[in-house]
Design a protein around this ligand. Structure first.
Ligand SMILES: Cc1ncc(COP(=O)(O)O)c(C=O)c1O
Length: 431
C-alpha cells in the first residue's frame, strides 16, 4: 500500500491535467499544494477505502469533503440512484421525490419550515443572503474570519479553507463593492459581534455553527446563543451555514445539538448523498418571499435533480439514532487515539472534535479562532500528512480542513489509521 508521489500513471495524468485544467484540478485544495505534494488521481472507492490509479489503497478520512456519511458507493444509495436514473435523469419539472425529501428535511431541522433546493452550497448561501437582504431591507452582513460559505463574491473576504490554504487574503476579480457590504468578526469573540451589530445595520449574521473550514473550531459555550440574541436585538436575521454540520453532528444538525434556532439554514453535502444537491430553508414567512411564491428571484435548471434527490433520501433514511451513536464513537476513538499517538511522540497537537468531524491542529495552544488556526505549524502538518498518504491513510490535504469520519469506518480502519499516524508522528519527531 505504499504510495509514491512519482507513481507513473498519476504523474502522467497530472502532466496532462496541468495542460487543460488550472492547477490540474477542478477545485483548488485537491491539488494538495499546501502539503507539498502532487494530487492523487482516484480510480475507485468503496466504503471507507479509496484506490488510486496506481493501485495504492488508502483509508479515506475525507469522504469527498463530507457528503459521504455512509462511505463510498453504499449499495442502498447506488440502488436508489440507479432506480431513479431508469425513470430519467432530469425533467426540469416538479417530482414527488423532492416533496418527500423537503418534508424529511423539515422534520429533522428545527429551523426549517420550507426550503428551496440548489445544486451547490455556494448557490444556497448566496441565495440565503439575497433573501435576508430582501426581507430586512438592509445590505450589510456579518461573517466570521476563517469561515467559508462557498465562493460567493461578497463572502470572499478573509475566507478560510482554500484561500487560507493558499495564503490569499481575498480573490482578484471580487469587486470592492461586493465585499464593502461584508463585516468580519473573529470567531468566538463575543464583544466583536456586539460591536459589529452596534456599528452596522445588519441584514444577517452568517456563521458555520461548527466552523470546519479553518479546521474544526467549535463555538464557545453560549456563543451561538449570543449570536441569536444580538441578531434579535438588532433586527438582523441569523443564518446557520450547515453545509458541513447538517445531518452530520446530529440528526437535526448543530441547531438541534446546541438548541439555537436560526432564521435561515444553508444545507449541502450529506443532503445530496454524494450527488450535486444543496438547499436553503427557514421560517415560512421568509421562504414565502422566494419566487414564485414571492418576489425574491432564484432558480436552477438542475435544482432538485431526481438523481440527487434519490441519493439524499436514501442517505437520510439510514441516519437513525444508532447511526449517530456509532459515528460519535468512531470520531471519539480516532480523536483520542490521535492525542495519545502525538503525545507518545512528543508532538504538541490540539485535537478538536464533534460527532462526524475532527481536526488535529499542530499547535501548543488551544485553537479558538482563525488567528489561532493560522499560527499552527503548517509545515509540520504537511510533512505528517505526506507521511500518512505514503503509508495508506488519506487525511485532509491542508491544516485548515476537517477529517470526515463516516459510518463505513470500522474499528479496524481506526486502528490501522492510528498505527500509521503513530509512525508518522515518530518520523516527525525524529526530524
Ligand atoms: C460551510 C460550507 N458552506 C458552503 C460551502 C460551499 O459548498 P459547495 O462547495 O457545494 O459550493 C462549503 C464547501 O465546502 C462549506 O464547507
Amino acid at each position: 500500500m505504499s504510495a509514491s508521489i512519482t507513481d507513473s500513471k498519476s504523474a502522467e495524468l497530472y502532466a496532462r491535467a496541468l495542460n487543460v485544467l488550472p492547477g490540474g484540478v477542478n477545485s483548488p485544495v485537491r491539488a494538495m499544494r499546501s502539503i507539498g505534494r502532487d494530487p492523487i488521481f482516484v480510480e475507485r472507492a468503496e466504503g471507507a477505502e479509496l484506490f488510486d490509479v496506481d493501485g495504492n489503497r488508502y483509508v479515506d478520512w475525507m469522504c469527498s469533503w463530507g457528503p459521504l456519511i455512509h462511505g463510498h458507493a453504499h449499495p442502498a444509495i447506488l440502488a436508489a440512484v440507479a432506480e431513479a436514473a431508469k425513470a430519467g435523469t432530469t425533467f426540469g419539472a416538479a417530482t414527488a421525490g423532492e416533496v418527500e425529501l423537503a418534508e424529511e428535511i423539515a422534520r429533522r431541522m428545527p429551523g426549517v419550515e420550507m426550503l428551496r433546493m440548489t445544486s451547490s452550497g455556494t448557490e444556497a448561501s448566496m441565495s440565503a443572503l439575497r433573501l435576508a437582504r430582501a426581507a430586512t431591507g438592509r445590505d450589510k452582513i456579518l461573517k466570521f474570519a476563517g469561515a467559508y460559505h462557498g465562493h460567493v463574491d461578497g463572502l470572499l473576504a478573509e475566507a478560510g479553507s482554500g484561500l487560507a490554504t493558499q495564503g490569499i487574503p481575498a480573490s482578484p476579480g471580487v469587486t470592492a463593492a461586493a465585499t464593502a457590504a461584508t463585516a468580519i468578526a473573529p470567531w468566538n469573540d463575543f464583544d466583536a459581534v456586539a460591536t459589529a451589530c452596534a456599528e452596522h445595520e445588519l441584514a444577517a449574521i452568517i456563521c458555520e455553527p461548527y466552523p470546519a473550514n479553518m479546521g474544526l473550531v467549535p463555538p464557545h459555550e453560549g456563543f451561538l446563543e449570543h449570536l441569536r440574541a444580538q441578531a434579535d436585538a438588532n433586527g438582523a436575521l441569523l443564518i446557520f451555514d450547515e453545509v458541513i454540520s447538517g445531518f452530520r453532528v446530529g440528526p437535526g444538525g448543530a441547531q438541534e445539538l446546541i438548541g439555537v434556532t436560526p432564521d435561515l439554514t444553508v444545507m449541502g453535502k450529506v443532503v445530496g448523498g454524494g450527488l450535486p444537491a444543496a438547499a436553503y430553508g427557514g421560517r415560512r414567512d421568509l421562504m414565502e418571499r422566494v419566487a414564485p411564491a414571492g418576489d425574491v428571484y432564484q432558480a436552477g435548471t438542475l435544482s432538485g435533480n431526481p438523481l440527487a434527490v434519490a441519493a439524499g433520501r436514501a442517505t437520510l433514511a439510514m441516519l437513525d439514532e444508532q447511526a449517530y451513536l456509532r459515528l460519535s464513537s468512531t470520531t471519539h476513538a480516532l480523536a483520542e487515539g490521535m492525542r495519545e499517538a502525538a503525545g507518545a511522540a512528543g508532538i504538541p497537537v490540539q485535537v478538536s472534535e464533534v460527532t462526524g468531524l475532527l481536526t488535529i491542529f499542530f499547535s501548543e495552544q488551544p485553537v479558538t479562532d482563525y488567528e489561532g488556526a493560522k499560527a499552527c505549524d503548517t509545515e509540520a502538518f504537511g510533512a505528517w500528512a505526506r507521511a500518512l498518504l505514503a503509508r495508506g491513510v488519506y487525511p485532509p490535504p491542508s491544516q485548515f480542513e476537517a477529517w470526515f469520519p463516516s459510518l463505513a469506518h470500522s474499528h479496524d480502519h481506526v486502528e490501522r489509521t492510528l498505527e500509521i499516524a503513530a509512525a508518522a508522528f515518530a518520523e516527525a519527531a525524529s526530524r
